[in-house]
Ligand binder design. Structure first.
Ligand SMILES: [Zn+2]
Length: 193
């Protein structure tokens, strides 16, 4: 399960506790960081391709511990999450970490910026449901859809967390399913299940 997959010349998928995606061009960029338990693995895998300090952008689909858990590894990256997610994290960090947030991660998230509508070549889609501020990212050039924990290959994300909004999940899923089924986007999910 723990492996690195080269999908294109400048694009990789790293499987750990959850999936991490790495673009090396035009700007070195990472999408999600997996869980703190996978830190050594994630660090080693990314460093086999590019030094961590060269990563300039870190995009987070949402702030659950298994997606932002190693944010502090990317010390030179500008970090982005949705404004809803950043607000919620400030109010109730325990909903995202199911316990105490490690200090270094708290510091990284404190420095994070709210997503613009578009970042690099990626379009940002709001997909509330799994969490209130969950987003998906659309790479129109390569036809890739980064769905976070909203949509998986064989299922969907949980909506029974205290910061979930189950009543919004159907609309969000519809949006993503249309992109996959009608527009031919390839799913790049947060987990492989
Ligand atoms: Zn999640």
């Amino acid at each position: 399960m723990n492996s690195i997959k080269k999908i294109a010349e400048d694009f990789y998928k790293i499987s750990g506790d959850s999936n991490v995606y790495l673009y090396t061009k035009p700007l070195p960029m990472v999408i999600d960081t997996s869980a703190p338990e996978a830190k050594a693995h994630i660090k080693e895998q990314i460093e086999s391709i590019i030094p961590l300090e060269r990563i300039e952008l870190l995009l987070l689909t949402h702030l659950h511990y298994d997606h932002c858990g190693n944010a502090e590894l990317f010390s030179n990256a500008k970090i982005y999450a949705s404004s809803e997610e950043l607000e919620d994290f400030k109010k109730t960090p325990e909903y995202f970490f199911f316990g105490k947030v490690p200090k270094e991660i708290n510091e990284s998230i404190k420095k994070a910026n709210p997503f613009p509508k578009k970042i690099q070549d990626l379009e940002v889609l709001e997909v509330p449901g799994h969490t209130k501020g969950s987003i998906a990212l659309l790479d129109k050039k390569r036809k890739l859809l980064f769905s976070g924990d909203t949509l998986f290959q064989n299922g969907i994300g949980r909506t029974d967390f205290p910061n979930s909004v189950p009543e919004k999940m159907d609309d969000s899923l519809q949006k993503l399913l249309n992109l996959v089924k009608e527009d031919g986007y390839e799913l790049m999910p947060g987990h492989d299940y």
